[in-house]
Ligand binder design. Structure first.
Ligand code: MG
Length: 281
């Protein structure tokens, strides 16, 4: 099931995306204020929703709604250096011994087709990543059971200000500019992605293929990431993980190819969808 947040007629709602359009959840009796509330309601409610939307004709055609970021997560954590060839292109000899985590401030969240504002950076870069939405509180979980804690998956662009990224070892500043967290276009519920370690992902800039890989190339799998994080602290429903980017980022090219005003960045993951954001300016 694809769960989206959208604007229609000046009102923001959440709904289910089907082939012929969107079914508003409010119209079929689910009065969740936002996606976070739905996620926190627990996975049992998904079966109720499936039952209610089955056979229901779409309320809105796709072109009539404006898709928004599916949710504003509680925590937005992102792993660095999680694909070997990306580690190499960034000039590192080997992968970090431990998963290399940083925070993206949740104010960076941006919609799937909304503009990316460069801000003051002169080294604006893109990173296509599989996004993981946590579905229930996870603390001290084993890798073997970690995927049971996943609510769903989305496409994320971990937009990066490379100059500001190097200001401090935490990466936080360069990873958290407003609008530098495009996500979407919806959340695909976990039941539709039985194996998150076998998904093709790609990034295009102005139609030029820049990144192409498969999530099987991750150094630390989604399950290992959840295990590691939950060893230290609780992952809560609605938290978002960006699971690393493969090779092909602008900073890794010789010479580097950073984004400029007017560029269009398209990130896509098979089985989930695509987001496309234009650089403002
Ligand atoms: Mg990244």
């Amino acid at each position: 099931m694809k769960l989206a947040r959208y604007e229609f007629g000046g009102q923001i709602d959440i709904g289910v995306v089907k082939d012929d359009g969107v079914i508003g959840l409010r119209e079929v009796g689910f009065g969740y204020a936002d996606m976070l509330e739905l996620v926190r309601a627990g996975s049992g409610v998904l079966d109720d929703i499936r039952g209610r939307v089955a056979g229901e004709p779409a309320h809105h055609s796709p072109e009539d709604v404006r898709l928004l970021a599916p949710l504003r997560p509680g925590k937005y954590l992102a792993i660095g250096m999680n694909y070997a060839r990306h580690v190499a292109e960034m000039g590192h000899a080997e992968r970090p011994p431990h998963p290399y985590w940083f925070n993206k401030q949740t104010t960076c969240i941006n919609g799937p087709y909304h503009a990316i504002e460069p801000g003051v950076t002169e080294m604006l870069d893109y990173e296509v990543e599989l996004g993981v939405v946590i579905g229930r509180a996870a603390k001290g979980v084993r890798a073997a059971e970690a995927l049971d804690y996943v609510f769903g998956y989305l496409v994320a662009n971990d937009v990066s200000a490379r100059d500001w990224q190097k200001h401090s070892p935490t990466f936080t500043m360069g990873k958290s500019f407003d609008t530098h967290g495009p996500i979407g276009p919806w959340i695909v519920t976990a039941d539709e992605i039985p194996d998150p370690q076998n998904l093709d992902l790609r990034c295009f800039v102005n139609g030029e293929l820049r990144q192409q890989s498969n999530t099987s190339n991750m150094s630390f799998s989604v399950a290992e990431q959840i295990k590691y994080l939950s060893t230290a602290f609780t992952l809560e429903p609605g938290d978002l993980l960006a699971t690393g980017t493969p090779e092909g980022v602008g900073a890794g090219m010789d010479p580097p190819k950073f984004l400029k005003a007017g560029d269009v960045v398209r990130c896509e993951i098979d089985g989930i969808g695509a987001i496309e954001n234009r650089v403002a300016g």
